[in-house]
Design a protein around this ligand. Structure first.
Ligand code: E4P
Length: 225
């Protein structure tokens, strides 16, 4: 299981990295634009510094033609580092670029995946991660669980070195659903993780444990015994 953050907000990243078991981070042009920082590469390098080199960083291209995607991939590699995953939408041109980048030794994350065939083609082309868009599928009346399950099954049967990273989440139940569907990773906005941990039942349970403790041990905690 891998948990990635779906944000480019430095404050949220710092908080989340020190709290949750984070394995990496994904961005896309919309997520980056929300930060209103013109200094794109310094922002990406700052994120890399917080993450460290042992976590994965997935940076999305903006060009839609194969040649443009390849140029952006080179620029990303040059200005960030060689470990970065080049996040590339699985369009016809994107697929062509994914095949070339994989052969050239780039780490590639295929993205904007709504159908099983997109995922299968990207996996065969050499992508290491497949970002499947759960909530966006539901918005289109696509059976998202079925797409996740069939893609996971195809990867498992092929033996390819490729992982599904569930993406596009609007609530935590969607996140747990995709793990049950066979996704090995998820990318989640930190706000959703915080919401899940703010469940009042947790605080009530802890409060009740402590009330019982106090009936015997008073105000002493375990370290004071
Ligand atoms: C991450 O890889 C995706 O770009 C992101 O999760 C899409 O999320 P959205 O559907 O909320 O825009």
């Amino acid at each position: 299981m891998e948990l990635l953050l779906d944000t480019a907000n430095i404050r949220l990243i710092r908080e989340a990295v020190s709290t949750y078991p984070i394995c990496g981070l994904t961005t896309n042009p919309s997520i980056v634009s929300k930060e209103k920082r013109k200094d794109f590469f310094p922002l990406m390098r700052e994120i890399r510094e917080i993450l460290g080199r042992n976590k994965t960083l997935h940076v999305q291209v903006t060009r839609t033609d194969c040649e443009g995607i390849l140029k952006e991939a080179e620029a990303i590699r040059k200005n960030i580092d060689e470990d970065v995953y080049i996040k590339t939408p699985v369009s016809r041109e994107g697929l062509k670029a994914i095949g070339i980048m994989a052969k050239d030794g780039f780490n590639v994350t295929a993205t904007a995946i709504y159908t099983t065939i997109q995922g299968e083609l990207a996996a065969m082309a050499g992508a290491k991660y497949l970002a499947l868009y759960y909530n966006r599928m539901l918005n289109l009346d696509i059976d998202a669980d079925s797409v996740f399950r069939s893609t996971a099954q195809a990867i498992a049967m092929s033996g390819l070195d490729c992982k599904i990273v569930g993406a596009s989440f609007k609530n935590i139940m969607q996140v747990t659903n995709v793990f049950a569907d066979g996704a090995e990773a998820v990318t989640v906005p930190p706000e959703l993780l915080d919401q899940a941990m703010a469940n009042p039942s947790i605080a009530i349970a802890v409060d009740n444990f402590n009330k019982d403790w106090k009936t015997v041990y008073g105000d002493k905690d375990i370290a004071q015994l």
